[in-house]
Design a protein around this ligand. Structure first.
Ligand SMILES: Cc1cc2nc3c(=O)[nH]c(=O)nc-3n(C[C@H](O)[C@H](O)[C@H](O)COP(=O)(O)OP(=O)(O)OC[C@H]3O[C@@H](n4cnc5c(N)ncnc54)[C@H](O)[C@@H]3O)c2cc1C
Length: 458
């Protein structure tokens, strides 16, 4: 495919963000080429089917946090179906003092739980009357201790942040990392009052689609990727594109790269990058040093994910979503999900599939362990915690992500300003992906659709 092609839009990256954006642009008749360095589309999403197990190498689940998620599945209904997690397995377990405790889901369980101190249980009654915060860059840890107490931070929020960000609540800034929580306090003055008010506010049909349920695609997230690829067309996704660089000549972008040893270039008036922060410098040499620094200083948590499949499950009852381990408990894993408990057909009948996470921002040393060391560590931790000591998994797979989850820390304001500046200076260029607008799959779908609609409506 040597030579020079012209297209309306070039998207860099065929992960979920790039694919969703392309899907909506093409649907409205705008021509798109996606330029991807890997040999397959999907980015960090990939489903592996082996020996009766359906294993996700990247994300296992998302949350139906925005109507755009449901609408995307409606759009692709011929080729993939949304899979909603079984509500009977929604229990979240938290490890404390050598055993699992269910995270309280109502008033009575909250009163009885040994997870929080008696003082903090009383303290929570005063939460609606506490003053709202005034520091826009307050960390999640400071906010939670101020409103709810230290034991809530240690045994609810810290493990929750490990599960989502693999991050450190004392470094993540609430306004950027959990904007809904920040707005709840700022708008209603309290989480409890805000939660009650929001619950009773009338919702239109579209807003009701954001059910907050846990989702995947039936048969695995790969079906979502495959359906998007089918809609976009293989001919519009260029794989194995190396050394991608963009130049800007009077508002016409030239995107050049190598496919194997063949130089290819595309021209377009619009370029959308969905690449992570560490890639931006090489792709866009024309971005000024000050802005570049603000964007590329974004830190990412390193994650090792280990899938363990058992044909016959002999451990404790795992009819739950998963278990999370508070940092204060000083274990070597962050948490474990039980996908075969909440999605059908993820393991053979009577068996179980586990997905264990380790590493994260507080323990990036685990990323550099050898496979043998990781296997031993996970077998020891899981063996003790799920009472399956000495029983080998029938299938064990290790996946490593050096740039897994971006950390929206105090540098976020500078980064967002820099992105705005660059986009204004270079009309037609959009710096998207997880460097802004949220880290979850739902956020990526929402962002991709919003970018496409803005272009379509211009
Ligand atoms: C281990 C793990 C667990 C996760 N768990 C969850 C979860 O439970 N729930 C949830 O909602 N989300 C989760 N996420 C986050 C979710 O997977 C991501 O938000 C989403 O998949 C990111 O999609 P993306 O397209 O923005 O980025 P990516 O998937 O990273 O795609 C970016 C693409 O751009 C390509 N690219 C990058 N640089 C270049 C370049 N220079 N030239 C050409 N191509 C380039 C990459 O190869 C890649 O294909 C998890 C992520 C990881 C890694």
């Amino acid at each position: 495919m040597e030579g020079h092609l012209k297209t309306d839009v070039v998207i860099i990256g065929a992960g979920l963000t790039g694919l969703v954006t392309a899907h909506y642009l093409l649907k409205s008749g705008i021509s798109v080429k996606i330029v991807e360095k890997n040999s397959r589309p999907g980015g960090v999403i990939q489903t592996i089917r082996e020996q009766g197990f359906t294993i996700e190498s990247g994300p296992n689940t998302g949350v139906v946090s925005h109507p755009e998620i449901v609408e995307l599945f409606e759009d692709l209904k011929e080729d993939c179906k949304i899979d909603i997690a079984n509500p009977e397995a929604k229990k979240r377990l938290i490890w404390k003092d050598g055993e699992w405790h269910a995270l309280p889901s109502g008033f009575l369980t909250a009163v009885k739980t040994p997870l929080f101190s008696l003082g903090d249980k009383f303290r929570i009654l005063g939460e609606p009357f506490r003053k709202k915060g005034t520091n826009p860059n307050e960390s999640i840890a400071d906010l939670v201790v101020r409103r709810m107490g230290k034991s809530y931070l240690n045994y609810a929020i810290d493990p929750f942040i490990s599960g989502i960000y693999a991050g450190d609540p004392s470094k993540l800034v609430t306004r950027f990392a959990l904007p809904k929580l920040y707005n709840l306090e700022q708008t209603y003055g309290s989480f409890i009052r805000g939660g009650i008010k929001k619950h009773s506010e009338p919702k239109d049909q579209r807003t009701k689609k954001a059910t907050k349920e846990v989702f995947s695609a039936k048969g695995g997230l790969q079906y979502l990727i495959d359906a998007l690829v089918k809609s976009i067309g293989d001919e519009n996704i260029l794989l194995n594109c190396n050394e991608v660089t963009v130049s800007n000549d009077n508002q016409v972008f030239n995107i050049s790269f190598l496919m194997g040893s063949i130089p290819v270039s595309l021209t377009s008036e619009k370029v959308i990058s969905t690449a992570g922060g560490k890639e931006i410098e090489a792709i866009f040499p024309f971005i000024g040093q000050k802005q570049l620094k603000a964007i590329t200083q974004l830190e990412y948590a390193k994650i090792v994910q280990v899938a363990l499949g058992y044909r016959q499950w002999k451990g404790i009852d795992i009819n739950a979503f998963g278990g999370l381990i508070p940092s204060i408990e000083k274990r070597r894993i962050l948490g474990v999900l039980f996908p075969s408990s909440f999605f059908e057909n993820r393991a053979p009948k009577g068996g179980a599939l586990l997905s264990v996470f380790l590493g994260g921002i507080k323990h990036d040393e685990f990323y550099s362990l050898t496979d043998e060391e990781i296997q031993l560590l996970v077998e020891e931790e899981i063996g003790e915690m799920l009472k399956i000591k000495g029983i080998k998994a029938d299938i064990l797979k290790i996946f490593r992500y050096q740039y897994a989850i971006p950390q929206y820390t105090v540098t976020s304001e500078q980064r967002l300003e820099a992105i705005n500046f660059v986009e204004k200076e270079h009309p037609g260029l959009i710096l998207a992906g997880n460097i802004r607008d949220g880290i979850g799959m739902g956020d990526r779908i929402k962002q991709g659709r919003a970018i496409a609609e803005e272009m379509i409506n211009k």
